[in-house]
Write a protein that binds this ligand. Structure first.
Ligand code: PAF
Length: 269
């Protein structure tokens, strides 16, 4: 694997087409690695980036303490045959015009108001620098991939946004770099978040969504989670469910021992 640390250099490479790009903030886990595996199986070359993007962190968030495991990450990427790792210069996020996303005034966008602006601004820069045929994302960040898909479509950028399944711990907890802040026991316990989502789906067609939301929130609160949000929305546009909605997103964000955890499930109505 070639490690590239200069934007100029990555811009000058002629990658073998079709090639896939996987943007990450490092501290790679099995969720990221599933994207690299998918990339290797479906594209000629895979470029992964590691960049902790300052633009997407709020004032009181964990930008400075975000886990950094670069040598371990390099080894994991090497093992999977990733072709290139791009680690941009520290000033990569400087002097960019902030892009306003659609679909950012609900769910995570409410509690993290500038988060998706920061994500979209950096993804736009990556797409302009790397010009990949495809860009791969995990569905754990459902809102993120929807926002990026919408942007790429609106701007007619010639990159496929490919969204891939959530990878979970044995307990069901969705893989996330922030799980590193939890003990093994905590990770097992936090499997309750996914159980709650799964248990609710069979009732979607027979019970009112408001009742289901209240029951789920009560369950999580009694279990010891602080609820940021628990919502059931139209999976196509994150707007309230109507008679026309055919697919819902059940999305949750909770705080457990100061760690913010998100998860979701998509279900047909
Ligand atoms: O999902 C992430 O890790 C980040 O939001 C991303 C897409 C790498 C942009 O910084």
């Amino acid at each position: 694997m070639e490690v590239i640390t200069s934007t100029k250099e990555i811009e000058s490479i002629n990658f073998d087409s079709p090639f896939a790009f996987i943007p990450t903030m490092g501290n790679l886990h099995k969720g990221h690695l599933s994207l690299v595996k998918y990339g290797k199986e479906n594209y000629s070359e895979v470029i992964t980036s590691i960049f902790i993007n300052p633009l997407q962190f709020g004032k009181n968030e964990d930008f400075s303490s975000y886990p950094k495991t670069i040598s371990q990450d390099i080894q994991l990427l090497e093992n999977l045959g990733c072709n290139y790792l791009f680690i941009p210069e520290a000033n990569f996020a400087e002097n960019l015009d902030i892009i306003k996303p659609n679909f950012s005034d609900v769910l995570c966008g409410l509690s993290r108001p500038s988060h998706f602006h920061g994500v979209l601004t950096i993804i736009d820069k990556f797409l302009r620098v790397i010009k990949p045929d495809a860009c791969l994302f995990g569905l754990k960040d459902y809102q993120q991939q929807l926002i990026i898909k919408d942007f790429v479509e609106r701007k007619k950028i010639k990159t496929d946004i490919v969204s891939l399944p959530i990878v979970r711990e044995k307990s069901g907890l969705a893989m996330s770099s922030r799980n590193n802040y939890l003990s093994d026991e905590d990770k097992k316990f936090c499997g309750k978040i996914y159980s709650c989502l799964k248990n609710l789906t069979p009732s979607l067609k027979i019970t009112s969504l408001e009742v289901l939301k209240t029951e789920a929130k009560d369950f999580l609160q009694h279990a010891g989670f602080e609820i940021d949000y628990f919502e059931i929305v139209d999976a196509n546009n994150l707007s309230p469910v109507t008679k026309k909605t055919d697919k819902v997103l059940i999305a949750v964000a909770v705080i457990y021992k100061k760690v913010r955890l998100i998860d979701n499930i998509v279900a047909s109505l």
